[in-house]
Design a protein around this ligand. Structure first.
Ligand SMILES: O[C@H]1[C@H](O)[C@@H](O)[C@H](O)[C@@H](O)[C@H]1O
Length: 613
């Protein structure tokens, strides 16, 4: 029997293709697709041949096997995302212990944090070449091997040089994993689950960041060697991924591209749960044949840049990754502890646990993204997310602005000769005092009013106390003495807190995952590795840029200035997304390239596409 719903789906497909024909104007492409649409009778016959109610389900005219194996593949590959999140997240807590134990200067602390991100930038670019040559599976195996080696080096390190070497190694793994995993998941997924499954990788990234913050919290109670556990624990998921991938298959698309037709068909049929994959196999094969004609001669990057549709796809992919980082996610995550301290949380342990709550919020809202991506589509989700992100950044900035305007003045100037050369004592307001990383604000309270406040140099060994005077033992509530490093006491902190929560709620479902998801699907197969390598490289380079410049930016523009700047960049990103990002929801990977056949900023076309696809 032909189900009514199935007839609707079929009608829908014909309608989609008619619309695509009108919109894209590529008749050859549409005709090919039309030959792939089966009449209800064809499908019925096919159903009888392969139907097994428990192992297959029907989507439009295409049948897919049980997605169980695809979920297993997605899980093991997304462990790469987990390690990306864990290794970038765990370092802040580990650093608190390390700087005491190894007596690290601020230069060394900065080096240990940024070498990982820098190495990730380099290795993600190199990952494109490795992916094209050795395939996705070998690259994932390589990344998990590097992660394991890095984790072991870090956990046994006995000096800062070895630590640096371990952090560099881990960064190399992160870069390769960050560009390979989304591509692999996109290539093995059926089109209707692809968005969700690739977005799961970002869920694992934010999950890794959350687990890292909990591990930081737990091991912060172990001041000696706690950091070894924090940094070394990453070996467990890395080894699990390595073992898993020894038994998991290569991407069938990559195999086909390399001419390994037999294995490609075998893997495809295994991934689809044993259903007939002739149609899908043929489609991939013929699109690879067509691509060979499109692709031209010369190095891949050159071919991408000289062929208009791939050049446009690359601009969209890199632009999305750039705006993801320029809207300040990593400074917001990194400074969440400071933001929370401004809201009145003075205890350090408490600040660590509240930072874990921030990471959890990021994780939770990424889950919303996984749920929404194949329902509302990439374009709407990204648009809503980036607009909300820009508005939340304005709320954050407004909170900082009001706090700065109500900044308590410095009223007490201690007469300690050792302070005479310090710039800290020259500041007249808490705002300017806290923006200097060498100074902190020491004050007393009368009810909620700040009294007897001074700007003091910070202790060289710990930012938790002043170098001299009343605050040399840090905050001592019983004595009515408070030490504020990096923030000022304010009654507007709730606005900042509101901005932080809104920011995560808007950023995490869209701008967090969509740049990775969209990049995994917008390039034709011949350009996919290189396109993803370039866009992942842009992500990491912008990540380094934003994190390294934040403190200087805050000193030049103040906190509110910096957040207003991020907000304007997010608004610019909104305009970019409106004008450049087509909807790719539900399309097969082979159907996406024609969407870039039009000029970017052809808004009418994009609007039509998202309405009808
Ligand atoms: O998509 C991820 C995610 O949003 C993370 O929270 C962030 O730290 C990364 O930089 C980003 O690439």
């Amino acid at each position: 029997m032909i189900s009514r719903c199935f007839l609707c789906d079929l009608g829908d497909n014909v309608h989609k293709l008619q619309r695509m024909e009108e919109l894209i104007g590529d008749r050859r492409f549409v005709e090919d697709e039309r030959s792939l649409i089966k009449t209800p009778y064809d499908v019925q016959a096919n159903n009888q041949e392969h139907d097994s109610p428990t192992s297959t389900h029907q989507i439009g005219s295409v049948q897919h096997g049980s997605p169980c194996f695809v979920y297993t593949l997605a899980f093991f590959s997304a462990l790469g995302g987990f390690l990306f999140g864990y290794d970038t997240g765990v370092v802040s807590g580990a650093m608190l212990l390390l700087k005491r134990e190894m007596n690290l200067s601020s230069l060394w602390q900065e080096l240990l944090v940024s070498i990982t991100v820098g190495a990730a930038a380099v290795s993600s670019l190199a990952g494109g070449y490795l992916n094209g040559l050795y395939g996705r599976r070998i690259c994932i195996l390589l990344a998990s091997f590097i992660f394991s080696a890095g984790g072991i080096i870090l956990s046994v390190a006995h000096n800062k040089e070895v630590l640096l070497c371990g952090r560099l190694t881990v960064g190399l793994g992160i870069g390769i994993a960050s560009m390979t995993v989304p591509v692999y998941i996109a290539e093995v997924s059926p089109s209707e689950l692809r968005g969700q499954l690739v977005t799961i990788n970002t869920l694992f990234i934010t999950g890794g960041q959350f687990v890292a913050s909990v591990v930081d919290g737990v091991f912060s109670y172990l001041p000696h060697d706690g950091w070894r556990y924090m940094l070394g624990l990453s070996v467990v998921p890395a080894a699990l991924q390595f073992l898993g991938f020894l038994f998991l298959p290569e991407s069938p698309r990559w195999l086909l591209q390399k001419g390994d037709t037999q294995n490609a068909r075998l893997v495809l049929s295994r991934i689809r749960g044993g259903v007939n994959v002739d149609e899908e196999y043929e489609r991939i094969r013929s699109s690879i044949e067509e691509e060979k004609i499109d692709a031209g001669e010369g190095p891949v990057l050159w071919r991408i840049l000289t062929f208009a549709p791939t050049r446009r796809a690359l601009i969209v992919g890199c632009g999305l990754q750039m705006f993801q980082q320029l809207s300040g996610i990593n400074t917001v995550m990194y400074y969440s502890a400071t933001i929370l301290q401004m809201s009145g949380v003075q205890d350090d342990q408490m600040a660590i646990w509240l930072a874990a709550a921030t990471a959890f919020t990021n994780f939770l809202f990424t889950l919303v993204g996984v749920w929404l991506v194949d329902r509302v589509g990439r374009r709407k989700l990204t648009l809503g997310s980036i607009l909300g992100t820009a508005v939340s950044l304005m709320v954050l900035a407004a909170g900082f602005l009001l706090s700065a305007q109500a900044s308590p003045p410095v009223t007490f100037h201690p007469n300690d000769p050792s302070l005479h050369n310090s710039t800290c004592i020259t500041y007249g307001l808490c705002e300017s005092c806290m923006l200097n990383p060498d100074c902190g604000f020491c004050y007393g309270k009368n009810g909620t009013v700040v009294i007897e406040s001074s700007c003091m140099p910070v202790d060289a060994a710990s930012t938790e106390a002043a170098a001299a005077g009343r605050c040399s033992n840090g905050t001592q509530e019983s004595l009515g003495v408070f030490w504020a490093y990096n923030y000022c006491p304010t009654s507007y902190s709730w606005i900042v807190l509101l901005g932080l929560i809104l920011y995560l709620a808007f950023f995490a479902p869209g701008m967090g995952p969509m740049p990775w998801t969209v990049n995994s699907e917008i390039y034709p197969l011949w350009a996919r590795s290189t396109g993803n390598a370039c866009s992942a490289g842009v992500n990491w380079i912008c990540n380094v840029l934003v994190s390294l410049t934040f403190l200087h930016l805050a000193q030049c523009l103040t906190y509110y200035g910096a957040f207003f700047l991020y907000s304007s960049l997010a608004l610019l990103g909104f305009v970019f997304v409106v004008g450049c990002l087509p909807e790719t929801k539900g399309l097969r990977l082979e159907e996406i390239e024609p969407l870039f056949g039009r000029q970017l900023f052809d808004i009418f076309f994009l609007w039509h596409c998202s309405k009808h696809l």
